[in-house]
Write a protein that binds this ligand. Structure first.
Ligand code: PMV
Length: 353
């Protein structure tokens, strides 16, 4: 098959890890996680990426990759090195990349510089588009292969991006008792998920919208020679193992213990690395304490998780949505920058537009 030109468009969501990926096994190749992770795929925080492509003249295809990058319709030079590096990493798996000139036109549904990482949704959306082109060149490919390879490619852009291809809960990383799990791509959680987790809510409180203080590349590297690394990696396996029966039984009290402990452990790893960092802000702690007080006083299963930053993800079942949103509006928005927060919920993954 030869294809001269065309266009695809995909949306891919962000995801929020319950068991956190923090640390890579660089001895095993690119973007191999030091421990398995599991995440909720989100629904509203998405990147939408249009990929236009045009065959280049045979005489110039040896000159490297050729692409333009538009962010919200404007040319965006400072994102180009990241895409260049991504293309270099995936070329071995998509040998046609240098045959085309690409225009990558991308936007997010969430405010930029909200402190919400767009790398997971962005790399996932781009990987889906490149897979669409590969499928057009090789129409016989199965759906399973299509989505698995998309996750594999997204991983090479940003590790956690491999968990943004499918919904509604994705495992990435080898875990002996999770069938089909792999360090190379994310797989939908293969066991029973109790109805308590149906339409699970994630309200993201924007505490600090500034630039990330520690890039995730630097962050993962801090786990090399970290005094607690080996124990932490074992703990991630143990927590993922416990979650299997928690998801089956719908035990929200146990769920909360693991999810909050994972978030605090992620930050504890950063506080105990060399160099060390504190990525929480005073308002992050105010929010955590307010959630604990609200939960104790109302016997309501609401909890928090954190990424590598100061923002707080408030997680809770759909049936207490009204109560929790009321609590957030009354007691937590004051701790948010410009009173901003984003309502999201568990979602089903990338979609062709
Ligand atoms: O995908 P990366 O390299 O940006 O790493 C993301 C790491 C955390 O968000 C902190 C945890 C996770 O599992 O998503």
């Amino acid at each position: 098959h030869t294809i001269e030109n065309g266009q695809f468009e995909w949306s891919a969501p962000s995801n929020i890890a319950l068991v956190k990926y923090w640390g890579k096994r660089d001895d095993l190749g690119h973007q191999i996680p030091a421990n398995p992770s599991v995440s909720f795929t989100l629904n509203n925080c998405k990147t939408i990426t249009k990929l236009s492509f045009e065959k280049r003249a045979a005489s110039i295809v040896t000159t490297g990759f050729s692409f333009d990058l538009l962010f919200e319709g404007q040319s965006k030079e400072d994102f180009k090195p990241k895409i260049q590096k991504f293309l270099e990493r995936i070329e071995a798996y998509l040998p046609f990349l240098k045959d085309y000139h690409f225009t990558i036109d991308t936007k997010n549904t969430f405010p930029h510089s909200s402190g919400i990482a767009s790398s997971a949704s962005g790399m996932a959306a781009l990987a889906m588009n490149f897979m669409s082109l590969e499928k057009q060149l090789n129409p016989a490919m199965s759906d399973d292969y299509f989505y698995q390879k998309a996750s594999f490619l997204a991983r090479l852009g940003s590790g956690s991006a491999c968990r943004s291809i499918k919904g509604n809960m994705v495992v990435w990383g080898n875990q002996a008792n999770i069938e089909g799990s792999s360090d190379l791509f994310g797989v939908p959680f293969p066991y029973t998920i109790h109805d308590n987790f149906k339409n699970y809510q994630d309200t993201i409180l924007l505490v600090d919208k500034g630039e990330k203080q520690v890039s995730s590349t630097v962050g993962h590297n801090l786990m090399h020679n970290h005094p607690f690394a080996e124990r932490r990696f074992e703990q991630a396996h143990e927590n993922l193992d416990k979650l299997i029966s928690i998801f089956e039984k719908g035990n929200l009290d146990e769920f909360i213990k693991i999810v909050e402990s994972e978030a605090l452990t992620l930050h504890a790893m950063m506080m105990t690395s060399m160099p060390y960092f504190i990525l929480m802000k005073p308002n992050t702690l105010q929010i955590i304490n307010a959630i604990w007080k609200f939960r104790a006083e109302n016997q309501i299963p609401v909890c928090f998780t954190l990424d590598a930053g100061a923002n707080v993800h408030v997680l809770y079942p759909e049936n207490i949505k009204e109560k929790v949103l009321h609590f957030i509006q009354n007691e937590l928005v004051d701790f948010c920058q410009n009173a901003q927060y984003i309502c999201d919920e568990i979602g089903m993954g990338a979609v062709a537009l």
